[in-house]
Design a protein around this ligand. Sequence first.
Ligand code: SF4
Length: 117
Amino acid sequence: MNTTFSCVGCGKCCNDHHVSLTLPEARMWAADGGQVIVLVEAFLSNGLGLPAQQREHAERRSAVVRSADAEALVAITFAAYNVGACRNLDEDNRCRIYERRPLVCRIYPMEINPHIP
Ligand code: SF4
């Protein structure tokens, strides 16, 4: 896939987005005083309601959780809680932690799709 993207410095991608974090990044974010949330998604293991492509993706990034006879696929994502401007965005729409910004900020507009090996 070939993707072309040019940042125009508008700061929109740093506003009103929860920033997906790796575990070390979540620790760093919390140590800096930021709020980290845990996003939990669950899918029925029989794929009910999921298109085939989405099901494959859901399976790769989920752990199987059993409860009695039921079985679900559960995916966990750590994220920075950003309502409004990110706590690291300055008045000039520049990132105050640019050199150590999270991976998802480095690869934007691509996204992180964690999976369980
Ligand atoms: S960490 Fe920096 S690049 Fe990432 S959302 Fe916040 S201000 Fe933007």
